[in-house]
Design a protein around this ligand. Structure first.
Ligand code: SF4
Length: 383
């Protein structure tokens, strides 16, 4: 029996840069700013007025790890649904408002944690910033000033010719100034563009202009594959400089997928504690098992595991032992068998058909050990 070293609590994992200092705001129970962990947001795709479907989707998002959810509010029916949604959601609800200032007030009064307004169609809002700021202050509601390349203020489009980083920033800073003139400071800002290069530059410029918390997003990032890469690239560039306080990955895919990608981006940069991490080799001519299938089965079998476990799934013994030494648990396959490693030591060799169940068994044992140390409950999908 191999002893599993659980040891003393490890030092916090390294990050690429300290967080940029920002003012702190609250989005309901979630703090946003440099004193708080970077939160992950998504947006419902249901008709907001369909309260049951919207709450059902919010529950799914909550279960997937979403911290804050945004709902669209394009009609009076939607506005009327906000109170019930805000009351029953387990996570803070942000109402997304365009064009119609009356819905901003409705959302504030409905108890939404925050309201997103778009300076591109803010002309309608500009005259009412004073009243919006007063109502938001009274209700403890925060605001997101959400500039979007696709709906940039016409005045700035004329000035810059297109949605350049400077144009996006000028729009955001203008609107921030209006709120600050009315002594309202509880807002965060986003300057989204579908081009990661423009988006990154815009956020860099914005970060130099004030201490506002920043909501990162690549808008209309595309289908899951492209959107994931665009978001990971852009967020990575900014987060690696400490820029970004809350993120939303926009995908043409179910919102739960956005949350999974967002969490994975943060975990990859050590900005959120890692949970299950599968280190699997890409396979090559030396592989003697179907590595893809094995990695998929192990991933599915361990899905939902709540402890930080690094599992190496390797196609042969060339890199297997090396990777497995760095992992908590691993397998190096070959000749119809799998060498099972725990903390770099081979603890047994099992037939290929038993690799997945053995890894799950060993993962449970490690998780139980962690539970004994940290009070963490092991939980894996063994069904
Ligand atoms: S671990 Fe083996 S099978 Fe996998 S990529 Fe490396 S050499 Fe190839």
């Amino acid at each position: 029996m191999t002893a599993i070293s659980l040891g003393m609590p490890a030092a916090p994992p390294p990050v690429l840069a300290p967080r940029r200092r920002t003012r702190q705001i609250q989005v309901g129970k979630v703090g946003v700013g440099s004193d708080h962990p970077i939160s992950v947001q998504s947006m419902t795709t249901t008709l907001t007025a369909d309260v049951n479907s919207t709450l059902q989707q919010i529950a799914e998002l909550t279960a997937s790890g979403c911290d804050i959810v945004r709902v669209a509010c394009p009609s009076q029916d939607d506005a009327e649904a906000l109170a019930e949604i805000a009351q029953h959601s387990q996570i803070p609800v942000i109402a997304d408002i365009h064009f119609q200032p009356k819905y901003v007030f409705a959302a504030i009064e409905a108890g939404c944690a925050a309201v997103r307004v778009n300076p591109g169609n803010i002309r309608a809002f500009d005259d009412q910033v004073k009243e919006i700021a007063a109502a938001a202050k009274d209700h403890g509601t925060s605001i997101r000033i959400g500039v979007n390349a696709g709906s940039l203020d016409k005045r700035l489009l004329e000035k810059y010719g297109k949605a350049t980083p400077e144009a996006l920033v000028e729009s955001a800073v203008w609107e921030a100034g209006l709120f600050e003139e009315h002594d309202f400071h509880d807002f965060k800002i986003s300057v989204k563009h579908n081009d990661p290069v423009i988006m990154v530059r815009a956020y860099e410029l914005l970060a130099e202009r004030g201490d506002w918390p920043l909501h990162l997003g690549v808008t209309e990032a595309g289908p899951a594959f492209q959107g994931t890469i665009k978001s990971a690239t852009a967020f990575g560039a900014l987060l690696s400089k400490g820029i970004g306080d809350t993120i939303r990955v926009s995908l043409s895919a179910p919102p739960v997928e956005e949350v999974k990608v967002g969490i994975q981006i943060l975990q990859s940069l050590n900005l959120r504690p890692r949970k299950l991490e599968i280190v699997s080799c890409p396979s090559c001519g030396r592989a003697q098992v179907d590595v893809y299938k094995l990695a998929e089965e192990v991933t599915a079998g361990l899905e939902g595991m709540e402890v930080p476990l690094r599992v190496a799934v390797m196609g042969c013994v060339v890199n297997g032992p090396g990777e497995a030494r760095e992992a908590d648990l691993g397998v190096a396959s070959g000749n119809g068998k799998g060498q099972i490693f725990v903390k770099g030591e081979v603890i047994k060799t099992v037939p290929e058909s038993q690799i997945v169940e053995t890894l799950i068994e060993e993962a449970m044992k490690i998780a139980e050990g962690m539970e004994a140390v940290d009070g963490m409950a092991p939980s894996v999908n063994v069904g």
